[in-house]
Design a protein around this ligand. Structure first.
Ligand SMILES: CC(C)(COP(=O)([O-])OP(=O)([O-])OC[C@H]1O[C@@H](n2cnc3c(N)ncnc32)[C@H](O)[C@@H]1OP(=O)([O-])[O-])[C@@H](O)C(=O)NCCC(=O)NCCSC(=O)C[C@@](C)(O)CC(=O)[O-]
Length: 299
């Protein structure tokens, strides 16, 4: 049941840096370029969202105009509405993502509308993307808990994921936004969603606030999930989930996949160097245990 090949979606430049107070446009560009040199084949590089809401993601068009695009790498971005999609299209984004929530309260805080309204806003994005041959990824946040509502029923997550998939998202990424989930809960949630959406179209997007992300991924790999989102150096958090820490660190994920003998195409040594560099630039502790361990070993 465990897949042999894993697709890693690197979300550090977006989910990571959207929440790093000291990051600059230049840091963002440097990070995207450096990540593309590690073998990663999908980098979520930016968000076309309101800069009033998420100031650190401003100037996504400048970022796309400045990065050195590598053949074989998908450079994607978040687009919450048609305005964002049109800007992303003009900037030459390869792929976009729409983002819904399994929690009504989080939907209101994050994108200022209800879940149903968010889906309505995504319809023109999906239609325009189809017209331009651009693939759309869907996110469901708060799949294992909400900072405002607490527990979220797996059936609710499955319902929102199914709506996104049937609306045309080629893949649905399941976010444990506040990182509270544990392996059995994560597996139960994925099983509930997989009853509605093919498991091959599901991705995991787990934050590591309670140190459970890697264990949760390991449990869900056994169910056949083959796409995992992660963030170099465990960068980030969420502006609308106070206290949530960064995503699962890509270095930790790659180290585990190596140990399991699963292929992924990423060079761990190069990745560790990128994680240490961005941590140093931001003046923050590297959030990857593997990044820290290998740095000590090599220094
Ligand atoms: C969705 C909106 C825009 C609604 O925000 P709104 O205020 O309801 O929208 P509006 O349509 O009334 O527009 C208000 C202003 O925003 C502008 N605007 C409107 N749309 C855009 C756009 N696309 N790009 C740039 N500007 C835009 C619009 O032009 C206007 O400008 P003004 O007239 O005031 O100068 C806002 O709530 C927003 O941008 N939210 C950002 C949400 C965000 O990025 N959150 C962090 C993502 S993390 C996440 O969702 C979880 C995830 C995906 O990582 C998974 C996980 O970890 O679990």
């Amino acid at each position: 049941m465990r897949p042999q090949r894993i697709q890693i979606v690197e979300v550090g430049p977006r989910d990571g840096l959207q929440n790093e107070p000291l990051s600059t446009l230049s840091d963002r560009i440097t990070l995207v370029n450096a990540l593309a040199g590690t073998g990663l084949s999908h980098i979520e590089a930016a968000s076309f969202v309101s800069p009033k809401w998420v100031p650190k993601m401003a100037d996504a068009d400048k970022l796309f105009a400045s990065i050195d695009r590598q053949a074989g790498v998908i450079y994607s971005a978040l687009t919450p509405n048609i305005k964002g999609f049109e800007a992303a299209l003009a900037a030459g984004v390869d792929q976009v993502a729409v983002f819904a929530s399994a929690s009504e309260s989080f939907s209101q805080k994050n994108i200022n509308c209800s879940i149903i309204e968010s889906i309505e806003r995504f319809e023109p994005v999906l239609a325009a993307a189809r017209q331009h041959n651009i693939r759309v990824r869907g996110y469901v946040s708060c799949t294992l808990g909400c900072p405002y509502e607490g527990a979220i029923a797996p059936a609710r997550v499955a319902e929102v994921a199914q709506v996104l998939f049937e609306a045309g998202c080629y893949e649905v990424s399941l976010g444990d936004t506040i990182g509270t989930g544990t392996p059995d809960q994560a597996a139960a949630m994925v099983e509930a969603v997989a009853a509605q959406v093919p498991i091959s179209a599901l991705a995991l997007h787990f934050h590591d606030t309670y140190g459970q992300a890697l264990a949760n991924v390991a449990a869900c790999l056994e169910l056949g999930v083959s796409t995992i989102d992660s963030s170099v150096a465990g960068l980030g958090g969420c502006p609308y989930a106070t206290g949530a820490s960064g995503n699962l660190a890509t270095e930790d994920l790659v180290y585990m996949l190596n140990g399991l003998g699963l292929s992924h195409g990423v060079d761990l040594t190069k990745l560790v160097a990128v994680g240490n560099d961005i941590s140093q630039r931001l003046g923050r502790k590297n959030g990857s245990k593997v990044g820290q361990a290998l740095r000590k070993k090599t220094s």
